[in-house]
Design a protein around this ligand. Structure first.
Ligand code: NAG
Ligand code: NAG
Length: 380
């Protein structure tokens, strides 16, 4: 992709001032007592008492609300959306799934403002570390930001290890995707490939960032030819296999301990993205006998989902609450479970049925709106 220079650059101080002013304005609107700005088409407002301030509100609990002003950008204008996620390009006929806003029960989310994001993150690096769902999440953020400053100086980079970056040159902001299916290491040794539950060598690279968003689960259950290791190392023990949930817990513990000992919480904000749900079992949304998401065009109504809370999420919550004070959970599981309509199904570049990843534009934009809210509106 070519690079163009934004020529209407304001002097640095003015940019900062504008940034601060618009932040205050947004905050003021947000916290005005009795100010409800639920948009037209929303559900009946059953919460008549004043909204909570964002920091006291569980932003992950709520429901999906039809909003004609969505999506937040036109996916056909975002250059190079990966073929796994570009549902409209690969012929998805319906657009309802693009038109839902996340409405927390007791507060309103701030609008995602890409320019504001870039100004406040000036000079910083934001890195998504994890499996292909991290890539999905990263893809959404770069599109959201591109839509805000389409004519600014944007450079794309990719290294041999599959690390992808978009650099917003006018702001000095880098948005990085760092692929790591397990977060902990896999090393080739004489006996074969060893998954090392206690080792996190890539951490030395991750440390040098300002925002880290971790995610891993998808690969922990994989067995057979697609399994990417031959042995597990747990401490000094080398095992052929073990209970996968136990292994997951040990790896997360390694991560949490690493964050506590190596990350300076003043410099780097650390998030863990909650377990990603798939939709291959219609029983979870009252469609008995349905085995994929191919016919789904609407979210589940309301705020509860019939399917179970993924056991992996319980493990994440336990590890984060007992060990690390500085990893913040982005608890997107339930709100994503409600989005049986948000997957590519067969509308992707390889035509396989995919009810695990998500269309971009789509649900990951709301994940990033929630990240934005946590970064700028909630201190913890
Ligand atoms: C665009 O940004 C890149 C990366 O920050 C920088 O190296 C380059 O000089 C910039 N190009 C222009 C035309 O400003
Ligand atoms: C599922 O179907 C039952 C029986 O028709 C109904 O009572 C229930 O409300 C439905 N649940 C959802 C989540 O639609």
């Amino acid at each position: 992709m070519g690079t163009t220079k934004q020529n209407n650059t304001l002097p640095f101080q003015i940019v900062i001032l504008l940034g601060i002013t618009s932040f205050l304005t947004l905050n003021a609107v947000q916290h005005q007592p009795g100010h409800h700005h639920r948009r037209q088409g929303g559900v009946i407002n059953k919460f008549m008492r004043p909204k909570l301030e964002l920091k006291q509100c569980n932003i992950f609990q709520g429901q999906w609300v039809w909003d004609p002003s969505y999506p937040m950008y036109d996916s056909s204008k975002c250059p190079g959306i990966r073929k796994e996620f570009d549902c409209q390009k690969y012929g998805r006929p319906d657009k309802y799934y693009l038109k839902f806003r996340w409405q927390p029960d007791h507060c309103d989310l701030p609008r995602f403002d890409g320019v504001e994001f870039l100004k406040r993150m000036a000079g910083k690096k934001i890195m998504y570390v994890g499996d292909s769902l991290s890539l999905n999440n990263w893809q959404s953020l770069v599109c959201l930001l591109h839509a805000a400053v389409p004519n600014s100086n944007i450079t794309q980079q990719q290294t041999i290890g599959g690390i992808k970056s978009w650099i917003f040159g006018d702001y000095g902001v880098s948005i990085i995707s760092y692929p790591s299916n397990y977060l902990v290491d896999i090393e080739s040794e004489q006996i074969g490939r060893v998954l090392k539950l206690n080792s996190l060598k890539d951490g030395n690279i991750w440390k040098d960032t300002d925002v880290l968003i971790f995610n891993t689960w998808l690969w922990w259950t994989v067995k057979g030819p697609k399994q990417s290791w031959d042995y597990i190392q747990d401490g000094t023990m080398i095992l052929k296999d073990m209970n996968r949930m136990d292994a997951y817990r040990k790896a997360l513990t390694t991560l949490a301990n690493w964050v506590d000992s190596e990350i300076d919480p003043i410099k780097t904000r650390v998030f863990f993205q909650g377990t990603n749900p798939s939709h291959y079992n219609g029983q979870e949304w009252n469609a008995t006998g349905v085995m994929d998401c191919s016919k789904e065009t609407m979210p589940v109504k309301g705020s509860t989902y019939a399917g179970e809370v993924p056991p992996a999420l319980e493990v994440v919550k336990q590890v984060l609450s007992t060990i690390s004070k500085s990893i913040h959970l982005l608890d997107i599981t339930t709100l994503s479970q409600l989005r049986k309509d948000g997957h590519p199904s067969s509308y992707n570049g390889f035509k396989g049925m995919d009810c695990t990843h998500w269309c971009v534009a789509g649900l990951p934009d709301i994940w990033n709106q929630l990240l934005y809210t946590c970064l700028f509106y909630i201190s913890f």
